[in-house]
Design a protein around this ligand. Structure first.
Ligand SMILES: [Ca+2]
Ligand SMILES: [Ca+2]
Length: 506
């Protein structure tokens, strides 16, 4: 059933992609040129719509193109050539190894024929016709410029120059470290209207927004109807080269789309094919259940992955709380910075006006600067009174914020102390601690949001209050508060976890 769910999700995603995009580019998810976990490989080890060979191994979770053993080569290729002109592929991969330096690297291919599994270029054939996007780990020319990502377009005649790391043959590239990252690294390769664009995600986060441009090249001409492939190789040094997913989206101009809508028969044929594929999978699963009744019982345990314990849930909620708190603080910080920018202007203007009307310069004035250039607005007693009042409101707001933070700090300290003294529960995480922590977080979040609102809803106050209060200190305070809060909560969680582990040991 989960497989069915997964496939349905694909179809849904496909529809969603079609509807979301309002630009002239029409996008369509191409499941026949994609693979992703779970159930990446089937029970018999095959990957639907793909074929692999050499030392490559496919599991339900990833495709290991080349394992961390000496002189390995492996690749996976799409069974069918593509039937669209423009495309985007999203490759999620991990290159990991125990060495500070690894080898050789991984490559993405778009070529007119599938490469040989015994090829000489990162697990595939040399003299390819099409595009190779190479993630070159090892620095053969010793120029200290690896790991490097590069695109090499070949017309079937050139031999890749390993000795120079292809430096004279590459179309474009960028120096990026893709080895041993905490999360999978990702590359997005787009080929649209003869422009080739490569984005890279460095795997330091799981945030979708963290793609960076590696390069963009125009007027790139690739042959039509090529195959997609991924390959990798190791040498004397060896990394694991794992591809977690490969997602293909075809890109169509709106004009092309008009032409495509006519072929309703084609669509019907495709959906029939899709349903047949689903039925076949279900039959295979049923057959497997009949053949292996014992294993099926074990397999049912896999559904436990879908559930989470109370402790896990609380932990997740707290984590989300901390993250949203961080977002709020970041917004707050940005807004305060904006306000301070305005304040600096107001401050110089105000002090100039003040010194002009009072005849006593508040700040040393530049000689020769004509007072007639200043706005001739006299500042009356009433204005100064309102300034002082606004200033007071600002100070109170900051004091309030400080108060909340001290309170939360005190609470978490006491919770930690009591958790350390009496938390003998075998569950590892003290539920009391978690509940209080969550409440504190929610309270703090609401308060911080309140303060943000107050600051932004009174821009005049902030601007006017500035001359009498130290403005820079506010940003400073908020920044310190933000970082302290995050550190404090992370430490609290860490300590709690450590204690739980210690208890388990005894
Ligand atoms: Ca190299
Ligand atoms: Ca090099």
């Amino acid at each position: 059933m989960s497989l069915l769910f997964n496939l349905l999700l694909f179809a849904f995603l496909c529809c969603l992609l079609e509807h979301v995009n309002t630009q002239s580019v029409h996008r369509r998810f191409e499941y026949k040129y994609s693979f992703k976990p779970p159930y990446l490989a089937q029970k018999d080890g095959s990957v639907p719509f793909w074929e692999y060979g050499g030392n490559a191994i496919a599991s339900s979770e990833n495709v290991r193109l080349a394992p961390s053993l000496r002189s390995q080569k492996g690749a996976i290729w799409s069974k069918q050539p593509i039937n669209f002109d423009w495309w985007e592929v999203d490759i999620m991969f991990k290159v990991t190894g125990r060495g500070r330096i690894g080898a050789d690297g991984l490559a993405f291919w778009y070529t007119t024929t599938r490469g040989e599994y015994t090829g000489e270029v990162f697990g595939s054939s040399d003299q390819w016709n099409g595009l190779g996007l190479i993630f070159d780990s090892f620095d053969n020319d010793n120029k200290h410029n690896n790991p490097y990502i590069m695109a090499v377009v070949n017309d079937g005649t050139k031999i890749f120059d390993h000795k120079s790391d292809g430096s004279s043959q590459l179309l474009s590239g960028c120096l990026r470290d893709f080895r041993n990252k905490p999360y999978p690294t990702r590359a997005k390769v787009e080929y649209y209207l003869n422009t080739l664009t490569v984005y890279f995600h460095n795997g330091m986060t799981t945030n979708e927004a963290d793609y960076e441009l590696c390069f963009r090249v125009e007027n790139v001409v690739l042959p039509r109807g090529g195959y997609f492939g991924l390959s990798a190789a190791t040498g004397g040094l060896a990394d694991d080269h794992d591809v977690i997913h490969f997602l293909t989206t075809s890109l169509h101009t709106t004009q092309q789309q008009g032409g495509q809508q006519i072929s309703a028969d084609e669509q019907q044929k495709l959906s029939q094919e899709y349903q047949q594929y689903q039925q076949k999978l279900e039959q295979q699963k049923d057959q497997y259940r009949k053949d292996h009744p014992d294993e099926v019982r074990d397999k049912e345990g896999e559904f436990e992955d879908w559930f989470e314990s109370d402790g896990q849930r609380e932990f997740r909620q707290i984590w989300q709380g901390v993250m949203s708190l961080q977002d709020t603080l970041r917004d707050l910080n940005k807004k305060v910075d904006e306000v301070i920018g305005k304040q600096t202007n107001s401050l110089s203007l105000l002090s100039a006006v003040y010194s002009h009307t009072q005849g006593q310069p508040a700040q040393p004035q530049v000689p020769g600067q004509a007072p007639s250039q200043m706005p001739s607005l006299p500042i009356g007693r009433h204005d100064w009174d309102s300034l002082v009042t606004n200033n007071q409101i600002m100070i109170n707001t900051v004091a309030e914020l400080k108060g909340f933070i001290i309170e939360v700090s005190r609470k978490s300290d006491s919770i930690l102390a009591s958790g350390g003294a009496g938390g003998g529960a075998a569950s590892g995480i003290n539920p009391q601690f978690l509940v209080e922590m969550r409440d504190s977080l929610n309270q703090l979040k609401a308060n911080v949001a309140g303060v943000t609102q107050r600051i932004t809803s009174q821009p005049q106050i902030a601007q006017q209050a500035c001359p009498a209060v130290s403005c820079v200190s506010l940003t400073g305070l908020l920044t310190v508060v933000a970082s302290q809060l995050v550190i404090m909560f992370l430490y609290a969680l860490y300590k709690e976890k450590k204690e739980a582990q210690a208890k388990k040991l005894f």
